[in-house]
Design a protein around this ligand. Structure first.
Ligand code: EPZ
Length: 448
């Protein structure tokens, strides 16, 4: 298994282009199951999760052809199988995104119930309730969700539009909203999704569905109205930039110090982060004339000029609130603030596996349930640490950039799920970071 070895203490300088969004691309790829026509996608990121989704779709008769970096054509050529098998689904929870499109187009779907993961139990009850509201019959058989659309006159199975409420104990559900929106696009009649997720990735998916011929209004707002159509056609679409990748690099500039220019940055989807960065003392400045959805912006923090980082009170919320996917990264930054910060995790209350690892680097973090109190320290000290999930691994890499001495982040396969060549991109910005095979570290002679 690979690890990153980081020599901390070097500022980041230079520019980098933000890649297409993993969390937009995954449900968008699954939407290719809604038609037998080609779907041409651009700006598809080169990530482990994307490869897993290609494997899942191929097992469902939907094949991917890559014509150029980031350019992927998806087309369903064999719609006979509707069984998303455990072997693939267990590798990626977002496989659940195939449920709605498959049920809508093929009339039935069998998909392994996704398990929990390091950040929480990850139920799919809201997804299933949404499918049932559209008339589906849902059963659980040997760990699989088995869903069937009702038979209509003439024997064809087809969902029917209906009001769907997607509010859960932690707000709405992003992939649940994607599933219901896709299923409703081919249902008979009107669907109103109340308490829909407002994340920008939902609006990006709706843009593709509308290009395919779907009739959708309100995506990106809590109420979405969908009037089902009989067929959807092929379409072309460019994936929106990844706001979580962009936010991660913004925080990297803050924790390592220095100045970065980000290209293709979805600044208008990051106001909750830039608001906190401003109060902490990290400067974000948009270049005049940028498109705020694909902006060019400078992010900088120079300790000599700006003094110490300042503490903050942060609570994760559904969009447009502060995103849970940036909580671990911002918590790493707050470990170096001059004072006490408070981070409250309202989306995944268990999402604090990074705290124990940060403590190994000298951070002072006290967790009480969904809240962590961070008592800022003057410096972090490099140490061997273990990644547990995608965003926790990003947090530990950022901490390593700032720490004195050497930090080894083990199990960076977690990181490869959501960040393309992160070590190469950070090294190009001046960081001392390299990817090694962890076995090499075991056999390396102890430092004398
Ligand atoms: C998406 O996951 C993202 N993944 C996650 O990013 C992100 O953390 C999450 O949204 C929240 O923003 C992708 O888009 C591929 P949810 P999703 O359903 O849709 C509860 C990353 O790091 N819930 O919005 O699966 C759930 O337990 C990943 O890139 C139910 O109770 O998340 C959670 O507390 C991690 N019942 C809350 O809702 C359900 O049926 C939000 O979950 C579904 C969810």
């Amino acid at each position: 298994m690979d690890a990153f070895v980081i020599e901390g203490g070097r500022p980041l300088r230079g520019s980098l282009r933000v890649n297409g969004s993993k969390n937009a691309a995954l449900p968008i790829m699954a939407a290719a199951l809604l038609t037998d026509q080609p779907i041409d996608l651009r700006a598809v990121p080169d990530l482990a999760d994307i490869d897993n989704m290609k494997r899942l779709l191929a097992s469902l008769g939907c094949h991917a052809i890559e014509s150029a970096p980031g350019a992927v054509r998806l087309q369903s050529i064999d719609e006979s199988s509707s069984h998303a098998r455990y072997e693939i689904v267990r590798t990626m929870r977002a496989s659940i995104s195939a449920l709605g499109p498959m049920l809508a187009r093929r009339g039935e779907a069998r998909i392994s119930m996704p398990g929990g993961c390091a950040i929480g139990q990850r139920p799919v009850d809201l997804h299933l309730r949404g499918m049932e509201a559209l008339g589906a019959e849902i059963t659980l058989e040997q760990g699989d969700i088995v869903a069937r659309a009702p038979r209509r006159a003439g024997g064809k199975r087809r969902l029917r539009g209906a009001p769907v409420f997607l509010g859960g104990p932690f707000g709405s559900t992003v992939l649940g909203t994607a599933n219901v929106m896709c299923a409703a696009a081919l249902a008979e009649g009107r669907t109103i999704i109340e308490c829909a997720a407002c994340e920008p990735e939902i609006a990006d998916l709706a843009d593709l569905l509308i290009a395919m011929g779907a009739r959708i209004e309100g995506a990106g707002a809590p109420r979405i109205v969908i009037d089902g159509v009989d067929e959807l056609a092929g379409a072309a679409h460019e994936i929106m930039p990844d706001r979580i990748e962009a936010g991660t690099f913004m925080i990297a500039a803050g924790i390592a110090g220095g100045s970065l220019t980000l290209e293709n940055c979805p600044l208008d989807a990051l106001m909750a982060l830039t608001n906190h960065l401003a109060e902490i003392g990290v400067h974000v400045e948009e270049h005049p004339g940028s498109d705020p959805r694909r902006a060019r912006c400078d992010v900088s923090y120079e300790p000599r000029r700006d003094g110490r980082l300042k503490p903050a009170q942060v609570t994760t919320q559904p969009h447009p609130g502060f995103p849970t996917d940036l909580q671990a990264q911002l918590l790493a930054l707050l470990c170096l603030a001059d004072g006490n910060s408070v981070v409250t995790e309202k989306i995944f209350p268990e999402r604090f596996l990074h705290v124990a690892e940060l403590s190994r680097m000298g951070a002072q973090v006290f967790r009480q349930g969904p809240t962590a109190v961070i008592s800022g320290v003057a410096r972090l000290v490099g140490a061997p640490v273990m990644a547990s999930d995608l965003r926790a691994s990003a947090c530990l890499v950022l901490a390593g950039l700032a720490a004195e001495g050497t930090t080894t982040v083990h199990r960076v396969y977690h990181l490869d799920r959501g960040y393309e060549k992160m070590e190469e991109r950070l090294a190009a910005l001046g960081a001392r970071i390299e990817r090694v095979d962890a076995k090499e570290l075991e056999s390396a002679p102890a430092q004398g």
